[in-house]
Design a protein. Structure first.
Lengths: 461, 447
């Protein structure tokens, strides 16, 4: 996307300004989104993003700028403007690039560049819509979206790295709304992957509609959730958001290097119940949070974060490695050229255990079964987090009683990791978007169904 | 900016001329921005970021079908491709009987002297402000570090052109500073943050920000949960504005048209305590949500949303207005990458009659921080459950600090559980809203 000679000249210019390290990140992002509403196509949107980000590092200081133009003069102008307050004699000589072709871990079948397949996407969404409406006449509305994105990136840096990659993202979602005349409730199902529209051969539109409708109808009949401290069994798949928020963010060197993570000085120590082993893995074939290379050009890998309760690794990007001394883990990620990279998660999950769902439920005298979780957030400095329960049930005397609504789980990362006492074997991953200092990036969360012995449940019963 | 307004006008004329030559009508949004952002760490500048961006967002209507496309490139090929793609996208869409391009051929422009004033503050002085902010806060009692802090100077410009000749442009500047302090004592820690915003840099006050962030964090440090039961609650200015904005879709004409707004058939009905009057007031120039025109180029005006407890109006763009056989209220929203929607500009709740003596009488919780607003609220049902922190108060005096609790309820019910409305509205710059304190009764607190 960027002429090698231009890249060479700009990188050399940045080095001549005294930068310890310089990097160009070029991105061309093609997007297509099909939206359905009221059993019709509501809109089709498309567009092209293009830009170049320039990062210069002086010691631990990061200078970053971006532009939509790709001419040499503009790029040199930005580099000069960024370095205006840091000019010093060059410490590194000029660069010659060595192109590295990344290993293709996620081959694509139907990329966006070969066609947007709008008719096929519309058919999928309308089939899902029909299935949801067929489930019950209480389903009053559905909303569907099929979003496809093709992100081409190219990187040059002052260490001679030149590499490129193309990422293919697809995500479909249906939300069903159930209404009984006085109350409304929602349910949804989302599928996503690092692949093209060939995903439609592996996902069932009717099952998507059925599941969205089922959840909406359950929530329509839900009762106010009891509140207070109690045990909670958290369902598999997106239930893994608990680990993502409670622990994953605290293991990013973005927080660790600033000592803004409660785990910053606990490498090698027991930070979780021995039942917990956790991984961040960018290599899983065609998974939503996977990559070939990170946004600093490093080959992705599997990183064991926690083993049998003991902290074994942080998530480390280039700057984090420089600041903490830990080796890079291929975790430098960013939403787009508008952001400098930061250490971020990929597919992050708690590994499966051997406990049975029945044993978990029957062990609770009074508690909640949170079968589906929504989003949440965490404050890295203190580890305080919150999650929304999107489908939950009250459990009493070891038996599931009735659905509950408007429940939130809150605790701190260190506390909840110690309270995970049982982990099941029904492991699953689920796709989501994770927002942080370098923007919103695709990540997967995952776990088997697990039990937290004590957590604060917020409800309005 | 990447291109000057006159350059953009010529580009817009070329794009819209191409649209018309294809038998369609259209409007083009051009958003452009420049920003400087700085972050400090351990007494040194940690990040220095300079950005310049521009994006074109086209909406076309052909044979009643709407298509959109965008481009960040401004060369002829890219813009021509954008037009072609928008037309292709339109061919797949359903016929939108009510969506039209504005007939206006007005020329509108905001006042740069008011919304985009300049000052003589140098980059060196901004860097010094950033360093001072981090250094001063880090030196305060019990502050372990200042992990998140920053200074920003952002100028944004929007231009809206239509194939009918509308040319509307607005430009505004926002200077921001923010900081979070991580405070620690006896193995207990807390992190709180705050920001301030102004139209000019000299209006930012580093000492005031440092003092307030430190006070807020220290005050909450040893907070504990309160017993689970129902309490009266007063949200502070920031959290109250957050809650009202989470549920602002209850006023959306677009959601009503789409069948997903429970207020759709309640215009004219009593839905709240009769003391409650809520306006959307885009003409208040003290707010950063000031708007002269909306995304369709329609001139904005003050609008009563809830008048003395009755739902007075929904907010409309031209399409939702036509659907409900009314007129646009000047609330069209559209980004370059999105389709036509609606959105509030600046919520204003009119002052009540309760002074502090009645507003804060007896025991209540003052909530100063809410978490999980994006995930813990259901705008359709009104149900919510948020993490919270604050203070147990009596007769206006803060007592025990509170952490690790949740507050839950139903927003629509809450509008009818108002115990008192304060007589002193205050601005929340982040949500650009002007509201007095409101005391809500009987909210479920879990601790």
């Amino acid at each position: 996307m960027l002429n090698n000679q231009v890249a060479n000249t700009v990188i050399d210019h940045a080095l001549s300004l005294g930068a310890d390290f310089a990097e160009l990140f070029i991105e061309r992002n093609q997007v297509n989104a099909v939206n359905s509403l009221s059993s019709e196509v509501q809109s089709v949107q498309s567009g092209i993003d293009f830009g170049i980000g320039i990062r210069m590092i002086y010691g631990n200081k990061v200078l970053y700028g971006y532009t939509n133009k790709n001419d040499e003069a503009e790029l040199k102008k930005i580099a000069s403007a960024l370095a205006a307050k840091d000019l010093r004699d060059p410490t590194t000589s000029s660069t010659s690039f060595n192109f590295i072709e990344p290993m293709e871990l996620h081959p694509v079948g139907l990329p966006l560049s070969q066609g947007s397949e709008v008719a096929s996407k519309v058919a999928y969404l309308l089939k899902a819509d029909a299935a949801a409406r067929k489930a019950s006449n209480l389903i009053s509305q559905t909303r569907g979206i099929c979003m496809q994105r093709q992100q081409a990136i190219e990187l040059f840096n002052s260490e001679g790295l030149h590499t490129s990659d193309t990422r293919h993202y697809i995500r479909t979602s249906l939300t069903a709304i159930a209404s009984d005349g006085s109350e409304q409730a929602t349910g949804s199902r989302t599928e996503g992957g690092l692949q093209g529209w060939e995903i439609h051969e592996h996902i069932d539109a009717s099952a998507t509609g059925d599941e969205a409708a089922r959840q909406a109808l359950v929530n329509l009949s839900a009762q106010p959730c009891p509140s207070g401290r109690m045990p909670v069994v958290i369902g598999n798949g997106f239930g893994g958001v608990i680990f993502h928020e409670a622990c994953g963010h605290l293991l990013e060197t973005t927080s660790v290097a600033k000592k803004a993570s409660v785990f910053h000085d606990q490498m090698g120590e027991m930070i979780a119940n021995p039942a917990v082993s956790a991984v961040d893995d960018g290599t899983l074939t065609k998974e939503w949070g996977s990559i070939n290379i990170d946004d600093e050009g490093m080959q992705t890998r599997k990183t064991q974060l926690i083993k049998d309760g003991r902290l074994t690794s942080f998530l480390v990007d280039r700057l984090g490695a420089q600041q903490t001394g830990f080796d890079r883990t291929g975790s430098g990620r960013r939403e787009s050229y508008k952001y400098a990279p930061a250490s971020r998660m990929r597919n992050t999950f708690i590994e499966a255990g051997n406990d049975s769902f029945e044993d978990m439920i029957s062990s609770m005298e009074r508690g909640i079964y949170a079968s589906h979780m929504g989003g949440g957030s965490v404050q890295p400095g203190t580890g305080e987090f919150n999650f929304a329960v999107t489908e939950g049930y009250y459990v009493e005397n070891g038996k599931i009683q009735h659905p509950v609504k408007a429940a939130t789980l809150i605790s701190t990362g260190p506390a909840v990791l110690r309270e995970i006492s049982m982990v099941g074997s029904d492991f699953a991953l689920a796709s989501g978007m994770c927002g942080s200092v370098s923007g919103a990036v695709p990540t997967s969360v995952g776990q088997a169904t697990l039990k937290v012995d004590d957590i604060l449940v917020g409800g309005n019963a | 900016m990447s291109a000057q307004p006159n350059d953009n006008q010529q580009l817009a004329e070329r794009v819209l001329s191409k649209v018309q030559s294809e038998g369609a009508s259209g409007d083009l949004i051009i958003d452009a921005g420049e920003s400087l952002s700085l972050k400090a760490r351990d007494g040194e500048l940690e990040e220095y970021k300079v950005t310049s961006s521009q994006i074109f967002g086209l909406r076309v209507i052909k044979d009643g079908r709407v298509g959109t496309a965008y481009s960040e490139a401004s060369d002829s090929d890219a813009l021509e491709s954008m037009v072609e793609q928008a037309l292709i996208n339109a061919s797949f869409a359903r016929v939108e009987e009510f969506e039209k391009i504005s007939k206006s051929d007005d020329t509108l422009a905001t006042d740069n002297a008011l919304l985009c004033p300049t000052d003589a503050v140098s980059i060196d002085e901004k860097i010094q402000f950033s360093l001072d902010l981090e250094r001063k806060l880090a030196s305060m009692d019990k502050v372990k570090n200042v992990p998140y802090n920053g200074v920003q100077d952002v100028t944004g410009q929007r231009q809206v052109f239509t194939s009918n000749g509308l040319n509307a442009q607005s430009k505004s500047r926002t200077c921001l500073s923010f900081a979070y302090a991580l405070v620690e004592e006896d193995d207990v820690n807390a992190m709180e943050g705050l920001g301030q915003a102004a139209r000019t840099f000299p209006s930012l006050d580093v000492d005031a920000l440092v003092k307030q962030v430190h006070l807020n964090t220290l005050s909450i440090l040893h907070g504990k949960p309160v017993p689970s039961k129902h309490y009266d609650v007063i949200f502070n200015a920031e959290t109250q504005a957050e809650v009202f904005h989470v549920f602002a879709s209850m006023f959306s004409g677009k959601s009503a048209k789409d069948g997903v707004n429970p207020m759709r058939d309640k215009v004219g009905e009593a839905i709240a305590d009769p003391r409650l009057t809520i306006l959307d007031n885009p003409s208040l120039t003290d707010g950063f949500g000031y708007a002269l025109f909306d995304a369709e180029g329609t001139a904005t005006d003050k609008l009563a949303l809830i008048n003395q407890g009755n739902l007075a109006s929904l907010i409309h763009n031209s399409a939702t207005a036509a659907y409900f056989d009314t007129h646009s209220t000047g609330h069209a929203s559209r980004g370059p990458k999105s389709t036509l929607g609606v959105g509030v500009h600046q919520l204003e709740i009119l002052a009540g009659t309760d002074g502090d003596s009645s507003l804060k009488a007896g025991t209540y919780l003052e909530l100063v921080n809410l978490t999980g607003l994006h995930s813990g609220a259901n705008p359709l049902s009104g149900n919510f459950s948020f993490g919270a922190s604050g203070y147990l108060c009596k007769d206006g005096i803060r007592g025990q600090a509170i952490r690790g609790i949740t507050v839950a309820g139903n927003f629509f019910d809450m509008l009818n559980k108002i115990a008192a409305i304060g007589d002193a509205p205050v601005w929340d710059w982040e949500h650009s809203s002007l509201m007095p304190s409101i005391r809500f009764s009987d909210l479920a607190i879990s601790g």
